[in-house]
Write a protein that binds this ligand. Structure first.
Ligand SMILES: NC(=O)c1ccc[n+]([C@@H]2O[C@H](COP(=O)([O-])OP(=O)(O)OC[C@H]3O[C@@H](n4cnc5c(N)ncnc54)[C@H](O)[C@@H]3O)[C@@H](O)[C@H]2O)c1
Ligand SMILES: [Zn+2]
Ligand SMILES: [Zn+2]
Length: 427
């Protein structure tokens, strides 16, 4: 059996100059590989000391807690949702080797989504409080679903993705067996589980996800733009659901991440005129930068009357509701012409008062859309590469994982209009 003094010295040697997390990683791999089980079990009570980059030595963690629970596992930091206003950056075991059909990804950037903010303020909304039927996961779990990263390990049977690939993962984990999955519409799988909401996500240095959901990007693709493929894919799919909009007038209600993405996709799809309806000054400006032909503010004008004026009195050909407010749902139908289409993207907290006569009297069509499939990721990636979609104006903050609560979630609450997408680096 090893001598405690020697081992403590060895800890110190290996940890000198390391950051806390790296220190834990080193200690753990040392426990896992070099030493035998008796070593690990004998010294789990030893506190681990690390030397910070400033040269101060401090006690980092009591190994008895992590070593007994995570024997032989590397430790990483992750932002986990525990409850309303309770997201904790804490040390958790790094995901192990990916299972068959999965890959392990080293995360580069991960965006904070409006739905993450909803979970922070009013959750649990999507986060399961009992084991999810597909993933078996429940709170507390690691958030983060809008991300890019590099594949570092592949599980058995994975051929579509290779170690070293830069990928943008589609977040729609699905069963592959239900009627929706079998017809190719896995985005509405009966057991749908979003990565980072119903399975552990990417506000962490590593995450394991199904390989089939990884869209492989060219190696020189900007990894920050790659993290925006997921939210942009929602707008891309919304436009796809509208059918051809070539030469048409489209109205986009709301200029948040989803509305701006929908606006740019509508322009790329050949809309002749895109009218954006938005109230926030910062976002009205961004809508213009992203290509809006007209921006209407409902606080300053009668939106329906203005849209009629801009469309020879008839109404727009198509509308996209990207707000999720009980009043703007019906408005999306009101602003379109007879036989027009209203695509509903918003997620609604409250029901709307809606008279279906406004459909049966007009041949108007209302279309729902949830998420995307990986084909939409391919489309978005190509439009980003060609410059028809722009990620840069949408990135309003870049922060580190340690700062995710104050400079991420709280900043979005304090200053929501000034931000579109805050990206988080796990480094
Ligand atoms: N269907 C899907 O797959 C899907 C995916 C992601 C997000 N969403 C939903 O899409 C909606 C938009 O998401 P987001 O992240 O862009 O949200 P967001 O809150 O950033 O954007 C909404 C925008 O609407 C504006 N707005 C609010 N009320 C308005 C009003 N009455 N008139 C005009 N403008 C108004 C706000 O100023 C804001 O800029 C949300 O409901 C979200 O939950 C849906
Ligand atoms: Zn999202
Ligand atoms: Zn399914």
């Amino acid at each position: 059996m090893a001598n405690p003094a020697v081992c403590r010295g060895e800890f110190d040697q290996r940890l000198k100059g390391c950051q806390c997390l790296m220190g834990l990683r080193n200690v753990n791999s040392m426990l896992a590989s070099k030493h035998d089980t008796s070593f690990r079990e004998t010294y789990t009570h030893l506190p681990v000391f690390v030397t910070s980059s400033k040269g101060e030595e401090s006690e980092c963690v009591d190994t008895s807690s992590f070593a007994t629970s995570y024997k032989g596992t590397d430790i990483m930091k992750a932002a986990k949702w525990y409850g309303q206003k309770d997201i904790r950056v804490e040390n958790i075991p790094e995901p192990g080797a990916p299972k068959a059909g999965e890959v392990k990804i080293k995360v580069t950037w991960c965006g904070i989504c409006g739905s993450d903010l909803h979970e922070y303020v009013a959750g649990p909304i999507f986060i399961p409080t009992k084991p999810h039927p597909l993933t078996g996961r429940q709170a507390p779990l690691t958030l983060g679903h809008e991300f890019s990263g590099t594949v570092v390990e592949v599980g058995a049977g994975v051929h579509s993705v290779r170690v070293g690939d830069l990928v943008a993962p589609d977040a729609c984990q699905h069963c592959g067996e239900c009627a929706a999955c079998r017809s190719g519409h896995y985005n509405v799988c009966e057991k749908l589980a979003f990565t980072g909401l119903m399975a552990d996500g990417a506000f962490a240095p590593y995450v394991n996800v199904p390989a089939e959901l990884c869209y492989v990007l060219p190696a020189n693709f900007n990894p920050q733009a790659a993290a925006l493929i997921e939210p942009l894919a929602t707008g891309f799919k919304a436009v796809r659901m509208a059918g051809t909009i070539l030469g048409e007038t489209a109205v986009v209600l709301g200029a948040g991440t989803i509305g701006l993405g929908t606006l740019m996709c509508a322009k790329a799809a050949g809309a002749a005129q895109v009218i954006v309806v938005e109230m926030s000054a910062a976002r009205k400006k961004l809508a213009k930068e992203c290509g809006a032909d007209v921006v209407l503010d409902p606080k300053e004008c009668d939106v329906v009357a203005e849209i009629k004026k801009l469309t020879n009195g008839s109404g727009a050909d198509v509308s996209f509701e990207c707000i999720g407010n009980k009043l703007t749902g019906p408005l999306a139908v009101e602003v379109i012409r007879n036989c027009g289409r209203a695509v509903i993207v918003g997620i609604f907290e409250e029901p709307s008062a809606f008279n279906f006569f406004s459909l049966s009297a007009t041949d108007k069509v209302v279309i729902g859309t949830l998420a995307y499939t990986i084909a939409d990721f391919a489309g978005v990636a190509k439009l980003l590469a060609s410059g028809q979609l722009k990620a840069e104006p949408m990135i309003t903050g870049r922060i580190k994982l340690d700062d995710i609560v104050d400079k991420g979630f709280e900043e979005l609450l304090r200053n929501k209009d000034a931000h579109i997408k805050i990206l988080v680096s796990p480094e």
